[in-house]
Design a protein around this ligand. Structure first.
Ligand code: KG4
Ligand code: ZN
Length: 331
């Protein structure tokens, strides 16, 4: 089955074609980063309009890359939620209509299911069951994954997501949107041991996270510093170290609690090199293994939606003709 995947939940338009026998055939991504940069964050209406402009041309490019035409499509999967309602509506309307026009089945996919299955697109794919640490701009969650659709939430952030904390702290440092990767680049120039940030909620039992305090701590630390480039780099280092330590501590608890030895890490923050290194080292230490998507599939993309949709479509799941979006949708 050849499945088209459409992602449009936020500020990336992604289209991909996944073949259940041959694997990923093509994927195209258009990032709206430049469009939103002047506003310091995503402007929902601009995001929706840009998805309208880009989705079908990306589809045609992806089909051309795979040497296919629209009539070769067997099914269409699109992100149905969670995300920005207008942005979701664009991908859902296009996806549902395309499938109707072609007379093929369609399916709405959960964006976070896309993220958590993304490492399965790699050659060294994880087998079920595993623990998933989902770290994106909107979510920070630990999930016990037993199979497609068998997801037990073990813990999540009670306030800001990890990526959101990166973005907000980056803004405090005067870094441009999107701040996460910029803060990570600045942290690479920072020195260890200059500042010490708290590791929120690690002194209590449980697997929930809280990252909003780190942003306040960063604001105070920046205010008390000389705001030189080196001081900001040192603060970025200490902030990132605290986020990573916290994620590693909670991942360790999830591993101990469940006895599972496979850890999947996905979502935008899983592109962070220091996080990848430390989780790899930690899982080696406990005799387990960690799985990441390739860096371009850590952040939003169409390939993960095509893949997640394909798993459910081959099992017979279908969407009826109504175009439904779920801006808030628990996994
Ligand atoms: O998964 P994603 O593309 O979108 C959501 O579903 O939210 O994640 C985007 C988030 C943003 O907060 C971005 O700053 C963060 O991932 N991010 C990073 C890095 N790359 C992206 N955070 C830290 N280090 C990075 N290298
Ligand atoms: Zn995402």
């Amino acid at each position: 089955m050849r499945v088209v995947g459409i992602e449009s939940s936020c500020d990336e338009t992604g289209v991909a074609i996944y073949d259940t026998e041959r694997g990923l055939l093509a994927h195209r991504l258009y990032s709206q980063v430049k469009l939103h940069a002047d506003y310091g964050g995503v402007v929902p209406e601009l995001a929706s309009r840009d998805h309208v402009r880009k989705t079908l041309s990306l589809l045609d490019q992806a089909l051309a890359d795979a040497e296919l035409t629209r009539t070769d499509i067997d099914a269409v999967a699109y992100t149905m939620g969670p995300g920005l309602v207008g942005a979701l509506l664009v991908g859902s309307c296009i996806g549902r209509s395309l499938a109707f026009g072609l007379g093929v089945p369609a399916l709405g996919v959960h964006h976070m299911e896309g993220h958590l299955l993304a490492p399965m697109l790699e050659d060294d794919a994880p087998e079920f069951p595993f623990i998933a640490l989902l770290v994106s701009g909107g979510h920070t969650q630990l999930v016990e994954v037993r199979g497609i659709g068998s997801y037990q939430l073990l813990g999540e952030s009670i306030d800001d997501a990890a990526g959101e904390a990166f973005d907000k702290t980056a803004k405090l440092m005067g870094l441009e949107y999107p701040g996460g990767p910029r803060l990570a680049a600045l942290a690479a120039e920072g020195r260890a041991g200059q500042y010490r940030f708290p590791r929120p909620m690690t002194d209590r039992p449980g697997l929930d996270f809280s990252f909003s305090g780190l942003k306040t701590f960063a604001a105070n630390t920046i205010a008390d510093s000389d705001k030189s480039q080196q001081a900001l780099a040192d603060i970025a280092f200490a902030f990132q170290e605290a986020v990573i330590d916290t994620l590693v501590i909670k991942a360790r608890r999830a591993i101990e609690q469940t006895g599972l030895k496979r850890l999947v890490v996905a979502g935008g923050v899983s592109a962070n090199i220091a996080l990848r290194e430390q989780l790899t080292e930690f899982m080696q230490r406990v005799g387990g293994k960690v799985y990441f998507p390739r860096p371009e599939f850590c952040t939003d993309n169409g390939a993960m939606i095509a893949f997640a949709g394909a798993q459910r479509l081959v099992a017979g799941e279908r969407q009826d003709l109504a175009v439904i979006t779920k801006p808030r949708w628990p996994l």
